[in-house]
Design a protein around this ligand. Structure first.
Ligand code: ATR
Length: 288
């Protein structure tokens, strides 16, 4: 008989470790596939990060997820990095390969699979516009360019950050900062619009269900025919997505990206395809 001592461990390294739906999502998947493993969130302050990462080398540990505020700080503590982790400049997944720690980033692959597998959007040759140039935008830019979009225009409140981001990824594909004067026409003609800014998000102390009611774009500047994606999942429907739907556009929120990045991490830890439906249901329930 197997005891708890045989149960493999996966950890989430976070600080604080509060609101994540990842434990519910992964434990539901382990249970469905009959994998004797358990996923647990750990509250890891910065001064404990190195020691905690070191402990992941144990044979009892399959790996970990890494989230705010450790996605960058963890990188020099690992033995190797995937191309995605290196290009995005952040690690969200650690895989324990017989005591060697490999850093990966599944946010980009998760974003692509959510669009392609869940929403049925094809990306190759398409004109995409991305709003935002922060940390989340880096994963989305890498995802879209490696998926073969024809061009990616990046609009950000602070133009310098859009320029910087375009410079980071110019070796992968056509990516340009978008200026105010061209915003309206470029978005109107886009096949795909992705919001990566925090505009529209619910705040912990405000209303998580409704969000802040703001949209990163005025109504008249939405795409005429394109698909609109918001990587926010709290609230499930931001003002941007409501506006897009009111115009008859197809949309997707950030829940699918959350689930598919989890599914990609799951596959790296276990070698098994993740049960997407089970994870989707658990994540959806976890959001309340
Ligand atoms: P994340 O890791 O979630 O991407 P981030 O790196 O802080 O978070 O980036 C937040 C993004 O939302 C940035 O693009 C930011 O624009 P700036 O670079 O100009 O700060 C954008 N953002 C946040 N609040 C905004 C607002 N009120 N209006 C427009 N853009 C906003």
């Amino acid at each position: 008989m197997k005891g708890a001592a045989d149960t493999k461990k996966v950890y989430l390294l976070a600080h604080p470790a509060g609101h994540s739906v990842s434990p519910a999502m992964h434990n539901a998947a382990f249970e469905r596939l009959g994998i004797d493993a358990h996923y647990q969130a750990l509250d890891v302050p910065a001064d404990r990060l190195a020691a905690t990462v070191e402990s992941l080398r144990s044979a009892a540990v399959l790996g970990a997820n890494v989230t705010v505020p450790h996605k960058l700080a963890v990188m020099p503590l690992l033995d190797s990095l995937s191309d995605a982790a290196r290009s995005v400049g952040a690690v969200n997944t650690i895989v324990n390969r017989d005591g060697e720690l490999h850093g990966d980033n599944t946010d980009a692959a998760g974003f692509t699979r959510a669009l392609v597998d869940d929403a049925g959007v094809s990306l190759r040759g398409k004109k995409a516009v991305m709003l935002g140039a922060g940390g989340a935008a880096r994963a989305v830019a890498y995802a879209l360019l490696t998926a073969g979009v024809a061009r990616l225009d990046v609009y950000n409140r602070t133009r310098e950050r859009a320029e910087q981001l375009a410079g980071m990824f110019a070796h992968i594909g056509t990516i340009d900062p978008l200026l105010d004067d061209n915003l309206h026409d470029t978005v109107r003609g886009a096949d795909l619009l992705v919001n990566t800014t925090t505009v529209g998000m619910g705040h912990v102390r405000n209303d998580l269900q409704e969000g802040d009611g703001a949209s990163p774009l005025p109504l008249h500047s939405l795409p005429q025919r394109g698909f609109v994606c918001d990587i926010i999942y709290r609230p499930r429907k931001t003002k941007l997505l409501k506006d897009a739907e009111a115009q008859g556009l197809a949309t997707q929120n950030g829940l699918a990206m959350l689930v598919y990045q989890g599914a990609e991490s799951f596959r790296r830890w276990t070698g098994r395809d993740a049960p997407i439906e089970v994870m989707m249901e658990a994540a959806d329930r976890g959001l309340g």
